[in-house]
Design a protein around this ligand. Structure first.
Ligand SMILES: Nc1ncnc2c1ncn2[C@@H]1O[C@H](COP(=O)(O)OP(=O)(O)OP(=O)(O)O)[C@@H](O)[C@H]1O
Length: 598
């Protein structure tokens, strides 16, 4: 029973809980301001009643008999309830109402901007903290859409939700005043109002489901568009663009269809709300007059309150209908955020200072969640300032091994350790700060050459010097000299103004600029022509003895001078040794060398 009640409360207050979690005390403030505003509004309206009473009392001369709590209020403060006194009170209340209206609107703006900032920040933070293994399974479109379009939808949902709270407060305040005046009649009308809600319940449910569906489809659409942009050149040059466009169009059409259905549901709710409410109100008046034999006079005042309460109730339903249009985004945000949070990277406490001895793999096995074991009980030592090359057939697990070395992946069993300390106990960020990672995919930001290399370091003399050094090491001096803007040259989206090789060299320059101890190169020079590769090779070789280098390369000429070469085969270390040793001792390696005609 307790659990059922809890579940009921949770489902009823699900969204309130969601907004409260983000806004905390601000949510209460919104509620308080709403209550104050609605009370002042109710009181301002109530002033009309004594005004009517005084007017009719003056005519009939029986003010005393029609006394209301307002007249009693005048008695209490010892002021004659004259028209002038009531008018002054009225002006005071309406001015007060304006003050609360101002506070209400302004505070809403403050709360909304805080809300948007928080939800965006929370999501971005969760994305940064999620485990790499989880991250690679998330659709890029979902990420993109979640931090842009979806946030706007949630913002709209929030705006509607606050309006809903305010209208609801109005409803309660007016119902409370109605109860004070005529409890029996109020009860009938309230039951009617409650029943009217049931009529709309199934429509609300389908709106909610549709909205969630639209959100999912928008995410998929974003993913498709992102992939189209990323693979534009390929799609265009192979005339596959139009086929891909058909795929995107299908998704657009599917979304359009859902939006139309959602629009139809919303239209039904909007159109039938008023007649249904009027029906219930008419029924309540009928019961009051014919069943309870009440007088119409007795309910005039209360009808005024109900008129206001119903107006607000309509706003409640209006806000709720509008809210439901965006609720899919709220649900998606919550689910996505929880999914990211439950997969956030666990980092140890030990702060990494400096590599003293070695990085070691002790019986490390690894299996991706989706398949067969990739690495099987690997034992490997990478001594400080040594260069170790990992070779093996495509798919043999080389990239997986370096991902384990920098803690992007966690071993399924065994330990990856740094100077004997398991990476699982290490504060990963402190360790990764000392790692330079250059992969086949170049990393270029849409900014200047300087900012790309220095990662937005301050442009002072010392940093400029380090920048030029890095540029020299990767042979980008010519590019720098030929660019009109020098180091301030804008590189465009993904570095469009550079060739593939230049982008690769830029990625290498960024790592050389940093103060790193470990350099990981995963097919880093694969996009370069032999001459440039040789030049960079020399630059990297100059670093030998100063950095611990782990290098993956298919072109075996690249790793000829590595201190140790590790040959991976069938998930195991098949052979280790330097180039000459391996040629002599490992038939597999000798065959690889022969195939490359080295
Ligand atoms: N995220 C993933 N989920 C499931 N399997 C994966 C994932 N990443 C890689 N694999 C699989 O793990 C195996 C090893 O991949 P890995 O990228 O480590 O190989 P590699 O030796 O670096 O290959 P290549 O030389 O082609 O770059 C492959 O069979 C690949 O299909």
């Amino acid at each position: 029973m307790g659990n059922k009640l809890k579940a009921l409360l949770k489902s009823q207050f699900k969204y309130l809980h969601f907004f409260y979690q983000i806004l905390k005390i601000r949510m209460l403030l919104i509620l308080m301001i709403s209550i104050c505003y609605s009370l002042v509004d109710a009181l301002s309206l109530s002033v009309f009643i004594p005004l009517f009473q005084i007017a009719s009392g003056e005519e009939t001369g029986n003010v005393g008999q029609k006394s209301s709590y307002f007249i009693q209020f005048f008695d209490w403060i010892g002021v004659q309830p004259t028209v002038n006194a009531v008018l002054i009170i009225m002006i005071i209340f309406f001015s007060l109402k304006a003050v609360f209206r101002y506070i209400d609107i302004f505070y809403r703006v403050l709360a909304t901007s805080y809300f948007v900032k928080r939800i965006r920040y929370k999501l971005l933070e969760a994305i940064s903290q999620v485990e790499y293994a989880k991250f690679v399974t998330v659709n890029y479109g979902t990420i993109q859409n979640s931090v842009t379009g979806e946030i706007l939808n949630i913002n709209n949902a929030f705006a509607q939700y606050i309006s809903l709270i305010q209208s609801l407060t109005f409803v309660f305040v007016y119902l409370f005043l109605s109860f004070l005046t005529n409890p029996k009649f109020s009860l009938i009308v309230i039951i009617g109002g409650w029943l009217s809600r049931l009529v709309f319940k199934s429509l609300y449910k389908s709106s909610e489901a549709l909205s969630l569906k639209i959100t999912h489809q928008n995410n998929e659409l974003s993913g498709l568009v992102l992939q189209k942009t990323a693979n534009y050149k390929y799609l265009k040059s192979t005339a596959l663009l139009s086929r891909y466009l058909t795929k995107i169009n299908d998704k657009v059409l599917a979304i359009e269809k859902q939006v139309v259905v959602l629009g139809r549901t919303s239209a039904k709710v909007m159109a039938f709300r008023e007649p249904i409410i009027i029906l219930f109100l008419a029924l309540a008046i009928f019961i009051q007059m014919n069943v309870l034999n009440g007088k119409f006079n007795a309910i005039i005042i209360i009808l005024l309150f109900f008129y206001r309460a119903f107006g607000s109730l309509m706003s409640v339903q209006q806000s709720w209908t509008a809210f439901l249009k965006y609720v899919g985004s709220v649900n998606h945000y919550e689910t996505f955020l929880n999914e990211l949070k439950s997969n956030s990277e666990k980092s140890g406490k030990e702060v990494f200072q400096s590599l003293e001895k070695e990085i070691s793999f002790e019986k490390v096995s690894f299996t991706y969640s989706s398949g067969k074991p990739i690495l099987d009980a690997i034992d490997l030592k990478i001594p400080k300032n040594n260069s170790v090359a990992i070779v093996g057939k495509s798919g043999s697990g080389k990239t997986t091994l370096v991902n384990l070395a920098c803690g992007l992946l966690k071993p399924t069993s065994g330990t990856v350790a740094v100077d004997g300390q398991s990476l699982s106990e290490m504060q990963l960020a402190s360790f990764r700060k000392k790692i330079g990672f250059i992969a086949q995919e170049t990393v270029v930001f849409n900014d200047t050459l300087f900012n790309n290399v220095t990662f937005w370091d301050e442009k002072n003399e010392a940093n400029l010097h380090r920048f030029f050094e890095a540029i020299k090491k990767v042979d980008l001096e010519e590019f720098l000299q030929k660019s009109d803007g020098g180091e301030d040259t804008l590189l465009g989206d993904s570095g469009v103004v550079m060739s593939g090789g230049q982008r690769q060299r830029l990625s290498i320059a960024r790592e050389l600029y940093k103060n790193i101890e470990i350099l990981i190169l995963d097919e880093a020079t694969s996009a370069l022509d032999s001459q440039t590769e040789k030049f960079i090779q020399e630059s990297i070789e100059n670093l030998k003895g100063q950095l611990t280098i782990i290098i993956i390369a298919h072109r075996l000429s690249t790793i000829k001078h590595a201190d140790t070469i590790v040959l991976l085969k069938d998930g195991k270390v098949d052979a280790t040794g330097n180039y000459q040793e391996l040629i002599q001792n490992s038939p597999s390696f000798a065959q690889m060398v022969a195939l490359q005609e080295l």
